[in-house]
Design a protein. Sequence first.
Length: 183
Amino acid sequence: MEQDKITILDVEEDDFYEVVDLVGGVSEADILPNFSDEGKASFLQSMNENIQKTFDRTRFHCVKAVLNDRVVGFSALRDNEYLTHLFIDKEHQSKGLGKALLRYMINNPEVTSVSLRSSINAVPFYTSLGFECTGPESNVKGIRYVPMTVPNNTTNTKHLTGIPTSPNKQTYQFEIKDNPSSK
């Protein structure tokens, strides 16, 4: 079976609604079930505004993963140090795409460490990539998260090796691995 190819590109203004759809769909399935009613309302009320802020290229580097002209992944890094978004379409989770997007984002000499607020369901993913919890699970307006960080060095990002990178180009091809759990 031939592998599908995903291209990672910088986001453009006209990607906004497709990114909102992606983030909304993934959030509904994976994140919102972990929030109180107050957290769900707070998250949904601020979601579009928070995504729109990431399109500010003076503070954010944002990329999308595209398969067959469809956005299947989105990531945003603020000020080269804080990961605000990493969302992968449900159909493409557990195939290495999240890891590839993260590697693409931090493969930059200006990025010396990365911090984030992990959703409860994503803590094992980030831990497997060398991130460490920097505080206990927190809850702000019903939104649950765990603060995490990882230095950008070869010791703590060893799990990110072997993923093709292209630090001097804006795009690269990533082959989706078959998901053994879907067979």
